[in-house]
Design a protein around this ligand. Structure first.
Ligand code: S3P
Length: 440
């Protein structure tokens, strides 16, 4: 699947579940691997990123079993035999994190405390991503961590670690989690301070695996030497994947989408507030907390468009949803984002590559160093957009293309498999076709 054709849609309608959450799946697998005892993870995310985490863990001697609990569902159950806090084995080959920054960074935090040498690398996109943000704190804690010009491959010589009091240079849940995972193996306390809150799945997962964390408004502290215990956990649907359907429903008149059993962690749902500012009708219901992570149902209905602005303070809580929100604004209204320079360090340069792809579909987009402006108000022509190997760009371009005058082609669309295998099949099932006299 190198290129996919996306046809304009009259609207999108349906009820669906999305794959398990990628961020949460990584954390559960990593903690399960260093736990005492067996863990079972239900609805483990099916994409390539979370598979990379499992394959790295297998190379570190972890016994992992995958199964499909029922023939009606494609949800995967992963059973992991924990090796304990100090039980990983030296890898015989470099660990390959593929496209996954979360795998590489969080695993570095674990490896920093293991008494052996390891190398972690990834694909060409991951090898471009900045790692100084984790190298610095792990070095301060006592590990020897070297990057190639601060980029992967990363060489980690694990050591006995000391706790630190650390403020990440940029708001980042990956950096926070890397330091907390290293802190678990350190002497004394490790504190991470956050000026802007980021997703708190690591803190919640720690509690699930029997680790005490002290949480204050702007800091998290973990005491070293605590041993995680195996757990049975159920991953909610990935709200960042759900965001593509939510924005599509917000974009196209008469759309009505219900997303079932999706994660509603408050540090991840800021995009729903943005959709409300846009005018969209949002209803959340059936909310329950299972395994420390809130989840429930989200119904999204089109209700007009407006102009929205997103500034620096809001960015960390919706960093992964900005491509979807940009796609929304191509349908109508407008979106102006500032303070989002971090987008340039994601799986692609999510400012330049996003702007180029949307322009290729006929959108008016202005970009600058730390943001962009999508000016809706005219119908897209349709065209050919390159996802440049970035899963979220492939999905964002598909959502924009639904509003084209004619069909569009998304190149490198197979990138969706990183987080959402089956995305295009689901799109086909939700799409209501244009009438004969409209574009088809
Ligand atoms: C993630 C944190 C975010 C996010 C990424 C997943 C995580 O990255 O963009 O997709 O699982 O912790 P940063 O920590 O770099 O902001």
């Amino acid at each position: 699947m190198a290129s996919v054709i996306v046809y304009p849609a009259k609207c999108l309608r349906g009820r669906l579940t999305v794959p398990g959450d990628k961020s949460i799946s990584h954390r559960y697998a990593l903690l399960a691997a260093i736990s005492n005892g067996r863990s079972t993870i239900e609805r483990y995310a099916p994409g390539a990123d979370c598979a990379s985490t499992l394959s790295c863990l297998a190379t570190l001697g972890v016994d992992i079993h995958k199964s499909l609990p029922s023939c009606q569902s494609s949800d995967t159950r992963v059973t992991i035999e924990g090796r304990g806090l100090r039980g990983l084995v030296p890898p015989a080959a470099p660990l390959n994190a593929g496209n996954s920054g979360t795998t590489l960074r969080l695993l570095s935090g674990i490896l920093a405390g293991q008494p052996f040498h390891s190398e972690i690398t990834g694909d060409s996109s991951l090898r471009r991503r900045p790692m100084k943000r984790i190298i610095d704190p792990l070095t301060q804690m006592g590990a020897k961590v070297i990057g190639h010009h601060d980029r992967p491959p990363i060489l980690v010589q694990g050591s006995s670690l000391q706790g630190i009091d650390f403020t990440p240079p940029v708001p980042s849940a990956q950096v926070k989690s890397t330091v907390l995972l290293a802190g678990l193996q350190a002497t004394g306390d490790t504190t991470v301070r956050e000026q802007q809150a980021t997703r708190d799945h690591t803190e919640r997962a720690f509690s699930q695996f029997g680790i005490n964390v002290k949480r204050h408004t702007d800091s998290i502290t973990v005491q070293g030497g605590q041993h995680p215990t195996g757990s049975h956990v159920v991953v909610p649907g990935d709200v960042s994947s759900a965001a593509f359907w939510a924005t599509a429903a917000a974009a196209i008149p008469d759309s009505d989408i219900t997303l079932l059993d999706v994660g509603l962690n408050p540090t991840r749902v800021a995009f729903l507030t943005i959709l409300e500012r846009f005018g969209t009708l949002i209803e959340t219901s059936n909310i329950a907390e299972l395994g420390g992570e809130p989840r429930g149902q989200i119904r999204v209905r089109y209700n007009g468009t407006s102009s929205i602005e997103i500034g620096e303070t809001e960015v960390p809580s919706l960093i992964d949803e900005l491509p979807a929100l940009a796609a929304l604004a191509t349908h109508g209204g407008s979106l102006r984002v500032t303070g989002a320079g971090e987008l340039r360090h994601k799986e692609s340069d999510r400012i330049t590559d996003l702007a180029s792809g949307l322009r290729a579909l006929g959108a008016s987009v202005e970009e600058w160093e730390d943001g962009f402006h999508v000016m809706g108000g005219h119908q897209l022509t349709g065209g050919a957009a390159d996802a440049t190997g970035d899963h979220r760009l492939a999905m964002a371009f598909a959502i924009a293309a639904l509003g084209g005058k004619g069909p569009s082609e998304i190149h490198n669309a197979e990138a969706v498999d990183v987080s959402y295998p089956g995305f295009f099949e689901t799109l086909a099932s939700l799409r209501v076709q244009m009438d004969d006299n409209d574009a088809s």
